[in-house]
Design a protein around this ligand. Sequence first.
Ligand code: PEP
Ligand code: MN
Length: 344
Amino acid sequence: MIVVLKPEITRREEAAVLREIRKLGYRPHIMRGVERTVIGAIGDERKNQTLETLAAWPQVERVMPVQKRYKLVSREAHKANSVINVRGNFVGGRKIQVMAGPCSVESEKQLLATARAVKAVGATILRGGAFKPRTSPYAFQGLGEAGLRILAEVRDEVQLPVVTEVTDAADVAMVAEYADMLQIGTRNMQNFGLLQAVGATGKPVMLKRGLTATYEEWLMAAEYIAQRGNLDIVLCERGVRSFEPSIRNMLDVSAVPLVQHLSHLPLIVDPSHAAGRRDLVVPLARAGMAAGADGVMVDVHPNPETALCDGAQALVGDSLDELAEAVTTIPALLGRTSATHLAG
Ligand code: PEP
Ligand code: MN
């Protein structure tokens, strides 16, 4: 930590700060400039009490961390890329993972048709929401446990692992019984109790970026999961709130290389929830993969006109074929492969 003192303070006030730094378990190194004094406090922030309390002292101007505030998920802690095993599908390896399925599970017929269609175009993981975090309490909220049962049946039938969202810490154990990967949605990225609960299950977790979360906030949220002993975390960039009304959210393509630089965790993009409209989904999926994403997550529905949630962005027919082509051609440019590439 770096502690910057105010310019006008006396030696006696400075000594009080030094005493406090030692008391909190750090070794202070004092640097006296012409105008002001800066103290470098050496010590492990994970073991000692935080020095951030000094920011409230009248003689202190600023307290700045030197190390990253997230530890377990940082690239500093672990240089190699992490590869997360989701029932034999490795997210973060050479192969791009395609997670596809309906926004919400509506019926066994709907999910089965979708699962078959997405598997045929190279999807490796089936998505589908049983608990839907809807902006309106009057909108379809998902089938709950009945939806989870459908997911598990279709998984067995089609042989695709499933990822599904959990929105409440009280449901984590139940959702974990059915799911192969637990999804934390955008609106819950900073629901710390929920993060700790999914961390304790030991199941792979997909952590979506909050609507207005900085990279640091997102990685600090991942740190909550990791701190519970679960490092099987996949990050998902799904667009951030912007000022442009013609798209739902703005896919932050910079997040892909930048967050991969900051963290060893694999990172995928969800162009569907970013765009909110079908015509943009495949172009944004291409952009994400070209930037180095380890996979894509897309909404697919056999009859988008009747979808109970997010039909406007669901891929179907030709747009699904275009996705299949994108997940073959774009990763190949970067020396990566996809399931369709391997199959074809
Ligand atoms: C979803 O993937 O179903 C979803 C609700 O996404 P997000 O949390 O990114 O809005
Ligand atoms: Mn949705």
